[in-house]
Design a protein around this ligand. Structure first.
Ligand code: DX5
Ligand code: ZN
Length: 224
């Protein structure tokens, strides 16, 4: 499976958002990763519906919306109306996860579950067959620009092994501290969607960085 690149809009220049969206449109990226933070589930607030709608107005690629919020259920239809093509909810924020996933699918979007660094992948065993994607957090959610947590490799490998029998089509996305230096190892471990915020938007050439991430090969990885 060819891997996908999802630049995280959180690291874009919000005063030049249209410019940065158009840059991603022109790039080899596959999706836009859009982080919604509520100040309760995570100790930070990002942005809400008006900004999501503004992104949708210019984006020519799917919007992969990552909800770092409590009680996401009450907003699912609004996020999809505002432009979300896929919605990721956090395992830790959803006591009725199966119901939440059904609601996302029923409203017409792809459905994914995110795991915080401390949450074992094994907890997803009885929901994996219903999901389009699992997002493995490789930092504690809430901020861009943090350091990658190496234990993530083991989680991705374990998740990949679980999905082989249950849901081989499932995407495994990794989010937090992803860069050109760990991309190959992440793909080798079993990830197939790389989210990258600062690695892309703080690069001298975001376009070249996206291209480099897109053309990383798992075959050249070494150290895991
Ligand atoms: C963190 C967010 C990430 C963030 C990644 O809570 O979920 O999507 O934007 O940023 P980088 O790639 O800079 O770690
Ligand atoms: Zn994210």
């Amino acid at each position: 499976m060819n891997h996908l690149i999802a630049p995280s809009v959180l690291a874009a220049d919000f005063a030049n958002l249209q410019r940065d969206i158009e840059l991603v449109n022109l790039s080899e990226a596959d999706w836009f990763h859009v982080d919604i933070m509520d100040g309760v589930f995570v100790p930070n607030i990002s942005f809400g519906f008006p900004v999501l709608e503004a992104i949708k107005k210019y984006a020519t690629k799917p919007l992969d919306v990552h909800l770092m919020m409590v009680n996401p259920d009450q907003y699912i239809e609004r996020f999809i109306a505002a432009g979300a093509d896929s919605i990721t909810v956090h395992y830790e924020a959803c006591p009725h996860l199966h119901k939440t996933i059904q609601a996302i699918h029923h409203a017409g979007a792809k459905a994914a579950v995110a795991l915080n660094p401390h949450t074992p992948v094994e907890l997803l065993k009885d929901i994996l067959h219903d999901l389009d994607m699992v997002l493995v957090m490789s930092v504690n959610p809430g901020f861009g620009g943090q350091q990658f947590i190496p234990h993530t490799y083991r989680k991705i490998k374990a998740l990949k092994a679980m999905t082989a029998a249950i849901n081989p089509e499932l995407h495994i996305e990794v989010d937090g501290g992803v860069s050109i230096s760990n991309a190959a190892d992440l793909l080798t471990a079993g990830a197939d969607v790389l989210v990258a915020g600062n690695a892309v938007f703080a690069a001298p050439s975001p376009l070249s960085m996206i291209s480099s991430l897109k053309h990383v090969s798992s075959e050249i990885s070494s150290s895991i």
